[in-house]
Ligand binder design. Sequence first.
Ligand code: PLP
Length: 388
Amino acid sequence: MSIPFIDLGAQRERIKTEIHAAVAEVVDSGAYIMGPPVKALEAALSEFSSAAHTISCANGTDALILALKAYGVKPGDAVFCPSFTFTATAEVVALIGATPVFVDIRPDTYNLDPDHLSASIKKIRDEGEYNPAAVIIVDLFGQMADYPALSRISKDNGLTMIADSAQSFGATLSGKMPLEWADILTTSFFPAKPLGCYGDGGAIQTNDAETAEVLLSLRNHGQATKKDLNGAETDHDPKYLNYRIGMNSRLDSIQAAVLIEKLKIFPGEIKDRVRIAERYNRTLKDLVTQTPRTIDDGVSVWAQYTIETRERDDLAAHLKTHGIPSAIYYPVPLHRQEPYRHYPQGPGGLPISEEKAGAVISLPMHAYLDEETQDKIVDAIRGFNGAR
Ligand SMILES: *Cc1c(COP(=O)(O)O)cnc(C)c1O
């Protein structure tokens, strides 16, 4: 039997009855778009994150677009973001016609380097071509970036702080979640994310009521909000009064129903992921160049368990012959990819992003990884070292 990289099957077996019942209820209800589960999920997510407002949407990429649009980011604006991330982070900036500016990462956590962010903002300001408008902070592999430092820099420079929590929804730093610092948070419910549905899905969270209203409108073709209509006399159904250019980015009722069930077991799954990651740390620390470092006082949700080794590609091949899958997140940083080459970079370029792209490898990681399977993975790595 081969070892799964992420074992969605084990989780499915655990909550099969609940999921089937929840999906059947939506099917029978006929309310497939914006049905009761969507509102119920949004309320449950707000409670989980102590966020004032949660707006669900079609996927994590749309969540980022909606966040940028809600804050009025536009052509001529610079949006600072990492290059060592999933494409969507920079793609959305380019897609709305603004300019991604690539900032390097810290070598220990792979998250944005506050010092390089400061230097990058200064460079863009000095050059005067783009207006520094926002920063997208990616919480890579499951853990939060250095929000206290990034927040000081963002405030000093008047940047909107967007937390891209697609990989780290549920993570904490000093017991707090990103909205403690960030203006807005986006996440993804792609099946392989720590909290995933059975298709595409995403959400946005904010503590600002006015932004939440705008997001509800943007998600649904710019439909008029209560505030838009305030006092206005209209003979028309407000559903067909459009106050801004929006999009269709609704979450399906069926996906919401699935997520409601998955959210119930999510806190326990996070604890299991932490326990499994700590066991990997103990058993691998003398076998690899670097086991993952967690930011002080941070709790990661361990979307990925990512190590560094020499001869990374040989290790991947060796693991494969032992039936063990691995993955490289990310082999080519965005600033090295064709559509993104011409966008600005912080001063000195992005040496850490480039180095890490050649060194990292992610091992099987999920809440249902048993010790026997984990030992097999560790033994295979030990065997690889022995053969050198
Ligand atoms: C997965 C991911 C996204 C995009 O989410 P989708 O739901 O696939 O659109 C955005 N940012 C990061 C960092 C991601 O890992």
